[in-house]
Design a protein around this ligand. Structure first.
Ligand code: ATP
Length: 364
């Protein structure tokens, strides 16, 4: 065990090639993250992919098998050293907030603080003001709403001024009405404090809304890492694309760095002739045109060749409608989103074109 680390108020977290094994089974493979002060990194991925284990290794609750952890260049854990959680300058907020039910709000917040009684009281006052709960010091947790309890949990986690905040689905226990406001306020506050945040979620919309960087995990590995815009618009594979929205997939074979499909030719640079590829596109990148005497619209260089489909079903989804088409060319179903004012009837024939610059081509 080493000494507690002395960190600057704004420090960077480095997770360097971490692996973790449970009972001989590897659950984290070579996980690396770099989170700057005041930045929010979201770990995103399906259930069981290793998000919580990553947080627990950073916190020091689990030991990694290999790799290093550093805050502001100072080592928390490597092959030789394993600082205990309380010496890591790391705050934790979990889904259930886990306030101590028998302690007042003030005592919950001051629980992990050192210093004189006066210093602790001053810090509690400062934090209650920061989370907009002045006057709540003497209340018991059960007297508070879910949103208020979440703010107390935040104040408690912030009290020792941690360099890094680890949050495991911290907003999923709140009702929808409260969630957006509390989420934005919490992360604004953490950014202002210069805290490096690692936040676990399995909801892509939440990650895109909150994160400066998303680390997409699958099977214990980080498969892609980057700004939300980049991950959404340049997914590394079909599953990464599918994690963020419905997708459509058509197949083709490469010939001369191009692949021919019912929607025209797609660029497939870097693939050898004869390679089977999948062309992936999101429903919002499909354009719909009316059937004009069975001929469809003229092809354009931008949108390629129109293909005819028949509406199978259409669902009203608020600001848009999702329409499923059975395509004439191979009988497969493709999805398109259209403005909600348009809800075509099943059986209606329409022409679909695909925005080629928004398609992704992957090896099959
Ligand atoms: P969820 O979104 O469902 O919380 P997750 O992505 O956070 O999932 P983890 O909880 O990190 O996933 O689990 C990763 C893998 O490690 C899973 O296969 C899980 O069964 C396994 N695992 C987690 N904790 C332990 C443990 N203490 N002992 C053995 N296996 C574990």
């Amino acid at each position: 065990m080493g000494n507690p680390i002395a960190v600057l108020p704004a420090a960077r977290l480095e997770v360097d090639h971490i692996t973790c094994d449970f009972d001989g089974r590897r659950v984290l493979h070579d996980v690396s993250l770099d989170v700057a002060a005041g930045q929010v990194m979201c770990l995103l991925g399906p259930s069981g992919c290793g998000k919580t284990t990553t947080l627990r290794v950073i916190a020091g609750i689990e030991r990694q098998s290999q790799g290093k952890l550093r805050i502001d260049g100072q080592t928390l854990a490597d092959g030789a050293l394993h600082l205990p959680p309380e010496a890591r300058s790391v705050g934790l907020i979990f889904q259930d907030f886990a306030l101590f039910p028998h302690l007042s709000v003030a005592r919950n917040i001051s629980f992990g603080l050192s210093g004189t009684r006066r210093e602790k009281a001053a810090r509690v006052e400062e934090l209650l003001a920061r989370v907009d709960l002045q006057g709540y010091a003497d209340k018991a947790p059960h007297m508070l709403s879910g949103g208020e309890q979440q703010r107390v949990a935040l104040a408690r986690a912030l009290a020792p001024k941690p360099a890094v905040m680890l949050m495991d689905e911290p907003f999923s226990g709140l009702d929808n009405r409260l969630r957006d406001g509390i989420r934005d306020e919490t992360l604004d506050l953490l950014r202002e404090e210069g805290t490096a945040v690692v936040l676990v979620t399995h909801e892509p919309e939440e990650a895109m809304r909150m994160a400066d960087t998303i680390a997409l995990m699958r099977g214990g590995r980080i498969v892609q890492q980057g700004a939300p815009y980049n991950i959404y618009n340049a997914p590394c594979d079909k599953d990464a694309a599918a994690f963020f929205s419905d997708i459509n997939v058509i197949t083709g074979t490469v010939q001369g760095a191009l692949t021919d499909t019912a929607f025209g030719q797609f660029l497939a640079p870097g693939y050898a002739d004869g390679t089977k590829v999948e062309i992936v596109f999101r429903p919002q990148h499909v354009k719909i045109d009316f059937d004009r005497g069975g001929r469809g619209p003229n092809p354009t260089p931008h949108d390629g060749v129109p293909a005819r489909g028949v509406v199978e079903r259409a669902r009203f989804m608020g600001h848009e409608s999702l329409v499923e088409f059975r395509m004439d060319f191979n009988n497969q179903i493709l999805k398109a989103t259209v403005p909600a004012v348009f809800l075509p009837r099943p059986g209606m024939a329409l022409w679909l074109t695909v925005r080629r610059e928004r398609c992704f081509v992957f090896r099959k």
